[in-house]
Write a protein that binds this ligand. Structure first.
Ligand SMILES: O=C(O)CCC(=O)C(=O)O
Length: 268
């Protein structure tokens, strides 16, 4: 994706602190992190179950519709013939995805970092009124995420990994976005490996269940590479692949860009 490079910027920006100022949230559930060295807990946080099952389904559906609308007629027709029948309150979000052959995944990213994926920037979300309820709306979910995000304005990006898709270790492009990277995980639980660029601080593995949200900033954003593994072993337990979609939010480099909150609302 555009905000990605292996180049390390050594400049650490003095931005407002991650989850502490806005929500008094910090740290991570220990059962979801396996440390092989230091975990800079002040610059990394993970919230499990940030979104309810119903919210996850709504956000995932909106993101898939956005990506689907960009695909060829052939793929759109193919999907129409095989509607998914997902129960939004079910424990598992995987049945909300079609199987891989119904999507046109790219094999490799231009910078070689991502394999088997679809992605796009989002400035306006598609309508999902057919699956919204009085209590759960896309606007509400986006507001919840934006309220959690430490600074404005925010650029949003969606990334759909195929079952075998993966993201290789990288530091996000330091000239494409600011200090904060927020990731919402939807679908299969995948493992994220976060490793110190100069190997001085080791690495830590993070399990990312559907509905969780992580934020990396400062030392972790600039001094660690992150990767989403195809599969792996977390605390001795195998973690298989599976379809996953992430909604990524990043702050802009420049502070004089107009607040884009309104553009995050669905098209009307
Ligand atoms: O999907 C994620 O959680 C990470 C995405 C990522 O590494 C990227 O977009 O550069």
């Amino acid at each position: 994706m555009l905000a990605r490079t292996r180049t390390l910027a050594r400049t650490l920006l003095h931005a407002r602190s991650c989850c502490i100022q806005k929500k008094s949230l910090t740290g991570y559930p220990p059962h979801l992190v396996d440390a092989h060295g230091d975990v800079p807990a002040g610059d990394f946080c993970l919230i499990e179950n940030f979104l309810s099952k119903e919210e996850q389904f709504l956000l995932l559906t909106a993101a898939l519709r956005k990506l689907d609308a960009n695909e060829t007629v052939t793929y759109r027709k193919r999907r129409k013939t095989a509607q998914v029948t997902h129960d939004p309150s079910s424990e598992n979000l995987l049945s909300a995805f079609h199987s891989d052959e119904f999507y046109r995944f790219e094999n490799g990213h231009y910078d070689g970092v991502i394999r088997h994926y679809r992605e796009m920037h989002v400035t306006a979300w598609p309508l999902v009124t057919d699956i919204e309820s009085q209590d759960i709306t896309l606007d509400g979910i986006l507001r919840k995420l934006l309220n959690f995000f430490p600074v404005d304005p925010v650029q949003t990006h969606i990334l759909h990994l195929a079952s075998e898709g993966e993201i290789l270790p990288h530091v996000d492009n330091t000239s494409a976005s600011g200090t904060y990277i927020l990731g919402v995980s939807l679908g299969a639980t995948r493992m994220m490996r976060v490793e110190s660029v100069d190997s001085g601080h080791g690495s830590f593995d993070v399990l990312l269940p559907s509905g969780s949200v992580y934020v990396q900033k400062d030392l972790v954003r600039y001094g660690y590479r992150h990767a989403i593994l195809k599969n792996g072993t977390f605390k001795g337990i195998p973690v298989a692949g599976g379809p996953r979609l992430s909604v990524m939010m990043r702050d802009m480099l420049s502070t004089n860009i107009t607040d884009n909150r309104s553009s995050l609302r669905p098209d009307r």
